[in-house]
Design a protein around this ligand. Structure first.
Ligand SMILES: [Zn+2]
Length: 183
């Protein structure tokens, strides 16, 4: 985003799920920080109470397809229909493609309907080769003005986030960063 703003944009992909969303919400509340949750439609369907909590806590929400489909394997129409089905539950003008990729024809279609939000800082919190300390180190090493930082609201990442999320928020606040959400 704007490199002249000393601000970062926190994003959490793939939720909501009971194993990790409550921890993330409590941590964000403790630090008085707002973030953006790119949610998967089928998780919202299963855990609508968590979707409601995310909205009630004042966070921004975004569409991440109905069942985390990749744009590699799907035609534009299938992809668009899948995302519309998700948006009947999510109600957002923001979209982030799973795996961070769309073929140009899909992009062209989706950007007419949504504001597409990518990122510059992937914490790799989903990787089994990554430690909690490694996730924190990625934030410290790569955060800069206007960074969009991606964490995951998922089973693969929660064990790392229990340490890395509060530690990263502490560090970002010490560095004077503000926390923004998207328009
Ligand atoms: Zn994802």
């Amino acid at each position: 985003m704007d490199k002249h703003e000393h601000a970062v944009y926190l994003t959490f992909d793939d939720g909501p799920i009971p194993e990790s969303t409550p921890f993330i919400l409590e941590t964000l509340k403790q630090f008085n920080v707002k973030a953006t949750f790119f949610m998967v439609g089928e998780n919202v369907l299963r855990h609508h109470d968590l979707y409601n909590r995310i909205v009630e806590d004042g966070h921004q929400i975004g569409n991440h397809t109905f069942n985390h489909i990749g744009a590699f394997k799907h035609w534009t129409l299938t992809y668009a229909i899948n995302s519309e089905k998700a948006n009947e539950l999510i109600h957002s003008h923001l979209f982030r493609p799973p795996h961070g990729w769309m073929r140009p024809s899909v992009y062209w279609w989706m950007q007419r309907r949504y504001k597409i939000i990518m990122w510059d800082l992937v914490t790799r919190d989903y990787s089994k080769w990554m430690t909690a300390q490694g996730v924190l180190n990625n934030v410290k090493r790569y955060a800069r003005n206007g960074s969009i930082i991606t964490f995951h609201d998922s089973l693969k990442s929660i064990d790392k986030l229990r340490f890395a999320l509060p530690a990263a928020l502490t560090w970002l606040k010490e560095e004077g960063y503000e926390f923004r959400t998207f328009e």
